[in-house]
Ligand binder design. Sequence first.
Ligand code: AMP
Length: 255
Amino acid sequence: MSEKSTRNGWFQGSEIHCCSPTSSRSRSYRLILLGPPGVGKGTQAQLLSEKLRACHLSTGDLFRSAACQSDLSPALEAALSAMRRGELVSDELVMSMIRERQHCLHCQGGFLLDGVPRTICQAKALDELLHELDVDLDAVISYELPLEQIVDRLGGRRTCSGCKAVYHLKSNPPKAVGVCDQCGGELICRDDDRPEAITVRMKAYDAATRPLNDHYANQGRLLKISADGSPLEILQRTLDALGGIVLNRRARERV
Ligand code: AMP
């Protein structure tokens, strides 16, 4: 079994060949990552999935990988054109794609949901699905960063057209310009990272996604983490906060 999760089950919607190594892990985490576009959520998801060996389930990656396929359904075509404009894809389509992949929520290594839920409607549908599957969420991590830093991060972000690894021209550059360190693929500026799409995405975030913080705070699951600093500093902050969750849970279990 490879050391790195392949996420094939997530991309293909099938239960086969999804490789998430479990051997050396003492526990698995089931997490949702929240935060505005550009906050570094995708980078943290990548780092956390390596550290915790949890499967990185990104709906953005799912749609981008669908964009490379031929023979798309009309619903998926509509979703991709909404995505290119920086708009949100419909709740119905997002949730039907998650339901098709619900086996990923049972992944033994745990999961990091990145990019979903993005609306209260998706959050409620996901609550129901997790309840049906008898899967308990450990925490919802909300990354926080001031707007001017967000704009700077998005402008320099480059994504591998092959394996979807994320780089930044300043803070996390690839070894060779324009080439992915991991798979040698071409690094591109995503359509939705162009300035006109960024404005639309930030408005969509404020209107639709920011209210999720209250939804999960009310469930006692929200962990707010500052996304200031280097990717490794933010990772450490996240791991420290997750360590606190485990300690709190053990203390509650002892009572
Ligand atoms: P991301 O990579 O998470 O920033 O997602 C890129 C784009 O995919 C978004 O701007 C949306 O158009 C679309 N998308 C991804 N996840 C969702 C979701 N849960 N709900 C609606 N649209 C989504």
